[in-house]
Design a protein around this ligand. Structure first.
Ligand SMILES: *Cc1c(COP(=O)(O)O)cnc(C)c1O
Length: 230
């Protein structure tokens, strides 16, 4: 089933790229495997997937240990608490959810200790939903300028979680806004900051996100089926 789902998602990703005149290799499809068992990840790997997204640190670390495949890229896409940073640095290929200076400072400290450079995205709450993490559009630049001075962190781009909507089309303006923000920041040519990554779009709206410039889409339900939270 996962293989069929992946084929379907892949077809839609390709079609969205075609509509936007973009090349398929500009877009990374992150398989969001949170709450799903290792067996399903192995199935996705069988079908060729290499990028996996998790939103809980403990779950991600457990899965990394169980699967132990160095060719995989693990994306931490959920909120990160400072006391969990030490478990993530050196393990996550990319942290999508940095939204405060204090969190960045913790990542810097832990990365220095481990002598690694950690790639991160800044999470922006474009829709300004109260229930969501992420900084506002207006404070993003200020935060990025501060993080840019940290030697063991590289800011690779921006991430947003759009509102849950019935029709993905409704989120188009959110994606346009994030893209515009990333272009504005890119224009500042800040040392140590590239704005090459735009992580936006989930099962309900990834095609719209790709049309609006996403370079990473995070698809869970569309690949692994509905999640069962208990
Ligand atoms: C769960 C989650 C996703 C995937 O959501 P689906 O709607 O199942 O595709 C994407 N991004 C983040 C940050 C998530 O927490």
């Amino acid at each position: 089933m996962i293989k069929e789902n992946l084929l379907e998602v892949e077809k839609r990703v390709q079609a969205a790229c075609d509509r936007a005149g973009r090349s398929r290799d500009e877009v990374t499809l992150i398989n969001v495997s949170k709450t799903k068992p290792v067996s399903m990840i192995l199935e996705a790997m069988e079908a060729g997937s290499r990028d996996f997204g998790e939103n809980k640190v403990q779950e991600m670390v457990d899965k990394i240990e169980q699967i132990a495949d160095p060719s995989l890229r693990w994306h931490l896409i959920g909120h990160l608490q400072r006391n969990k940073v030490k478990y993530v640095v050196g393990k996550a290929w990319l942290i999508h959810s940095v939204d405060s200076l204090r969190l960045a400072e913790q990542i810097e400290q832990e990365s220095a200790k481990k002598d690694v450079v950690t790639d991160i995205l800044i999470e922006v709450n474009v829709a300004e939903e109260e229930s969501k993490f992420g900084i506002t559009v207006t404070t993003a630049l200020e935060l990025i300028e501060k993080i840019a001075k940290m030697e063991h962190i590289r800011v690779k781009g921006l991430m947003t979680i759009a509102p849950f909507v019935e029709n993905g089309e409704e989120n188009r303006k959110i994606f346009t806004q994030l893209r515009k923000l990333s272009l504005d920041i890119k224009d500042k040519n800040i040392d140590n900051v590239s704005m090459d990554v735009l992580s936006m779009g989930m099962t309900g709206d990834y095609e719209v996100a790709i049309e609006e410039g996403a370079t990473m889409v995070r698809v869970g339900t569309g690949i692994f089926g509905e999640r069962n939270y208990q």
